[in-house]
Write a protein that binds this ligand. Structure first.
Ligand code: ATP
Ligand code: MG
Length: 392
């Protein structure tokens, strides 16, 4: 029965002169999201509102599902719209609407009319009263409550007349693309996809880099990362995923540095390479899934040691989250089941039994000098053989 949607957006409403930029970005993201849905849609904004109107047949559930992935949307209101064919006809439409949408009509309601077309023969208050009466005539079990109605029946009179009363929550946040771009260090774990989701939710476009160590990490481990990127891309739009072959660097560190420092030194090279690619691709920051104290490489000391190698801001949206809180988000955004698939990642293979938890920066730097002979060349090769996968 629904034929259109009114899109509500909260945060972007308050951006003053930049407002139209945010609205245009939201329209763009909605168009992108609905490209994958069955049916044609007319998506447009008028007077601070965004409408999605189906042109002919469409799949309601699928459309709502896709809209629920668009950051910037705070609410999705399914609407019925009709041509203005006189007030009698409108009364019939409203009565039918209530009948269809509310099988249980033991409810209080209020009619809330907005008259954007001023030449409409009745004033808003009159429309409210007359439609209310029409409803009560057919459904005497309903009653009016103007303070806290259970059903707020909105009627918007424009060229056409729009009716809506249901609000499906959207994901909130800001439209992707309004906040620049950042490079996500995406592993196959639970945390980094969630971290990417959270930053993207603030309007930031996401590129990603994955450090692959064949044959120590399998093709399936890589495929898992591609799959995770695909799930995240339902929210973020296409993700440019850079796959970096890290094997030689890892083996070289393994050969030259104390094993308990392996993880830290390896992490430092990941950050350096990620920053390098980020700079080349116009990213303004890096994103990781780190959270204080979660593992040895994420103590305050270890984070300081990893952080030290890059100049770009490193965004760590999970920094104060417990694992359980991260898992909850992972479930909500549907990455969890993929994240827990067993394929090893490159860190798990080279981890020492007793990694340092309080790395001393001077010591780490000194041991990194053991790599002087070949590391520059290895990093250069790794960056040059970057495999780009566009995930969407
Ligand atoms: P995750 O669940 O995201 O894998 P984790 O708890 O396993 O995180 P670490 O392995 O210490 O933690 O990694 C910390 C962060 O470093 C990750 O969240 C991710 O951003 C990045 N990272 C780790 N391994 C890789 C990799 N192979 N490729 C890209 N980024 C990685
Ligand atoms: Mg991991």
């Amino acid at each position: 029965m629904f034929t259109a949607f009114l899109i509500k957006y909260a945060e972007i409403g308050v951006k003053g002169k930049n407002r139209y930029l945010f609205e245009d970005a939201l329209v763009h993201q909605i168009k992108f999201a609905l490209k994958k849905c069955e049916g044609e849609f007319d998506i447009h904004k008028t007077q601070g509102r965004i409408y999605v109107e189906a042109q002919g047949s469409f799949d309601y559930d699928e459309t709502v599902e896709h809209l629920r992935h668009v950051f910037g949307i705070s609410g999705i209101c399914p609407m019925v719209y009709v041509e203005d064919e006189g007030f009698e006809k409108l009364c019939d439409t409203i009565v039918k609407y209530i009948g269809d949408v509310y099988p249980d009509r033991n409810k209080t309601f209020k009619v809330n009319t907005r008259r954007a077309r001023k030449n409409y023969p009745k004033e808003s208050m009159e429309v409210n009263a007359d439609l209310g009466e029409a409803i009560l005539n057919v459904y005497p079990e309903m009653s009016v409550d103007v303070r806290e109605p259970e059903i707020m029946l909105n009627v918007e009179i424009r060229e056409k007349i729009y009716i809506y009363s249901v609000v499906i929550p959207g994901p909130g946040g800001m439209p992707v693309g309004t906040g620049g771009k950042a490079m996500l260090l995406l592993s196959g774990g639970i945390d980094s996809p969630v971290a990417g989701y959270m930053i993207a939710k603030r309007g930031v476009k996401i590129d990603a880099v994955y450090f692959h160590a064949p044959p120590y990490t399998s093709e399936r481990a890589k495929q898992k990362v591609v799959d995770l990127a695909r799930i995240v891309s339902r929210y973020t739009g296409p993700i440019y995923l850079h796959v970096i072959n890290f094997t030689d660097i890892q083996l070289y560190i393994y050969e030259k540095c104390p094993h308990e420092e392996l993880t830290i030194i390896m992490r430092r090279y990941m950050m350096r390479i990620a920053e390098h690619i980020a700079q080349d691709t116009g990213c303004l920051g890096l994103i990781t899934g780190e959270s204080i104290g979660q593992v040895a490489s994420q103590t305050m000391n270890s984070l300081a040691a990893t952080n030290e190698v890059c100049k770009m801001p490193v965004y760590r949206p999970l920094i104060g989250f417990d694992k359980q809180e991260i898992v909850e988000v992972a479930h909500r955004i549907d990455t969890y089941e993929t994240s827990i698939l067993p394929y090893e990642d490159c860190c798990t293979i080279f981890v020492a039994k007793h990694p340092v938890t309080k790395p001393n920066l001077n010591v780490i730097r000194r041991h990194e000098h053991n790599l002087d002979e070949k590391i520059e060349e290895l990093v250069k090769t790794a960056v040059e053989t970057d495999e780009l996968i566009i995930v969407e």
